[in-house]
Design a protein around this ligand. Structure first.
Ligand SMILES: [Ca+2]
Ligand SMILES: [Ca+2]
Ligand SMILES: [Ca+2]
Length: 149
């Protein structure tokens, strides 16, 4: 069993009410905290746009204009401060999974173009009830929706 699977199994056993993907709720909370500038606990299209644009800069720690999927590990310390060490491990893997989903040409890097094209369509996909706002529950679907395209 990989180290990650062990962690997943551990979390699942500690928190039985966890959603389908461990860490998805924690990731949703983190995104909401970063994106929800008017603090109404929902993300509208404008907040999403600003948030994902800032996210690109944050994730591209080498500042070479594309996100190498491993660059997500550079954020782990910051995420751990927000969400705790165990949640950070899960969140980092989920973000990596999302990035892999964004990497259309599979060169293990997400270019600005790949990022922008898909981050716009993802908002629509996440907004299950089509009210132009993303709730925490809808945000928690992000990793799943990135896998099931
Ligand atoms: Ca908001
Ligand atoms: Ca980079
Ligand atoms: Ca790519």
């Amino acid at each position: 069993m990989s180290r990650l699977l062990v962690i997943f199994a551990l979390i699942a056993s500690v928190v039985p009410s966890m959603a389908a993907l461990p860490g998805a709720d924690a990731l949703a909370k983190l995104i909401a905290k970063e994106f929800d500038t008017n603090a109404d606990e929902k993300i509208d299209a404008g907040e999403w746009q600003t948030g994902v644009a800032d996210g690109f800069t944050q994730l591209d720690s080498s500042a070479d204009g594309s996100i190498q999927t491993d660059e997500v590990y550079d954020l782990k310390g910051d995420i751990a401060e927000e969400s705790g060490d165990i949640a950070a491990l899960l969140i980092v893997e989920l973000i990596k999974q999302v990035l892999t989903g964004l990497d259309t040409d599979k060169d293990k890097a997400v270019s600005r173009k790949e990022y922008d094209e898909l981050s716009q369509s993802i908002f629509g996909r996440l907004d299950a009830d089509k009210n132009s706002h993303l709730t925490l529950a809808e945000l928690a679907e992000l990793p799943l929706k990135m896998v099931a395209k």
